[in-house]
Design a protein around this ligand. Structure first.
Ligand code: AMP
Length: 284
């Protein structure tokens, strides 16, 4: 595995791969790698010749009172895991390389960036879209791999790729979970043992919402069921529990439903989601 820390070297290394007609798969991450990230590497390995992973904690996507300073950065361990998973090129730029003038042109995907996570974290998706656009221009991948865990990020990136004509395919990998259902997340490392036990309520809430839809009840009933589960656990502060259209994030209609929850446990904010296909929805 090549570890690349500068933009000119990245361009040179990937230029040679492109010249040899090798396809490039790209997995953008903020590091603190876990099986969720590595599952995306496996997907990339299976369908592209050269797998590039970026590890970059992007300051633009953190709000002023968020965890930018304490976000875990276990670089040595990350590089070992990346190499073990089959990454060919690990790209670790500095903040100064990515934003040499500090303030940058902003890529902003309107509409979808403003609801749910966007409403809770103003400016977050502008930060995501801006860094992903820059990384796409640097890596120029044929395919880019994102996790369903961050459903709204997937929707924002797909919209940006369509609107700005990035010549690449966005591939979405399923959410990898702990045995009790908790979605893997770099932020799970913040959880003490009590909050870790409470955290499984997010997945239980999603399951409860899904059961309601499978029984043929309405999206609003699923939202109530999810809220009931979350509200029953002391020490969880609910951000949202919604049933939405998976593409637009508007309130769900009669088709596929994205069930999405966000909750705060202590100072840790977690999100999770589940899609219930239209074909799985029962008739009441
Ligand atoms: P992050 O490092 O949190 O920015 O995540 C990098 C990529 O890994 C994003 O595309 C995430 O959606 C994806 N990811 C994070 N957690 C999981 C998970 N539990 N399962 C699958 N993909 C994930």
């Amino acid at each position: 595995m090549k570890v690349v820390r500068s933009i000119p070297v990245l361009r040179e290394v990937l230029g040679a791969e492109r010249a040899a007609a090798r396809s490039i798969g790209f997995v953008p991450t903020m590091g603190a790698l876990h099986e969720g990230h590595l599952s995306l590497v496996a997907l990339a390995r299976a369908s592209t010749d050269v797998v590039v992973m970026s590890i970059f904690v992007n300051p633009l996507q953190f709000g002023p009172n968020e965890d930018l300073d304490r976000y875990p950065r276990p670089e040595e361990r990350d590089l070992e895991l990346a190499e073990g998973a089959g990454v060919d090129v690990a790209f670790l730029p500095t903040v100064g390389d990515m934003y040499p003038q500090g303030r940058v042109t902003t890529v902003s995907v309107s509409g979808i960036s403003d609801v749910l996570e966007g409403a809770s974290r103003p400016g977050h998706f502008d930060g995501v879209a801006t860094v992903v656009a820059k990384l796409f221009n640097l890596v120029r991948p044929d395919r880019a791999f994102f996790g369903q865990k961050d459903a709204q990020q997937v929707a924002v990136v797909k919209q940006m790729v369509r609107d700005l004509d990035f010549p690449l395919e966005v591939v979405v990998g399923e959410t990898i979970r702990e045995p009790d259902g908790l979605a893997l997340s770099s932020r799970n490392a913040y959880l003490g043992s009590e909050d870790r036990a409470r955290a499984m309520a997010l997945y239980r809430a999603l399951e409860a919402g899904a059961a309601v839809l499978r029984a043929g009840e309405r999206p609003a009933d699923a939202e109530r069921a999810m809220l009931d589960v979350l509200a029953s656990v002391e020490g969880i502060e609910v951000g949202y529990a919604v049933a939405a259209d998976p593409d637009t994030f508007e309130p769900a209609g009669h088709g596929d439903v994205l069930l999405a929850v966000a909750a705060r446990l202590g100072f840790t904010r977690l999100i999770d989601n589940l899609i219930v296909k239209a074909s799985e929805r029962g008739t009441a």
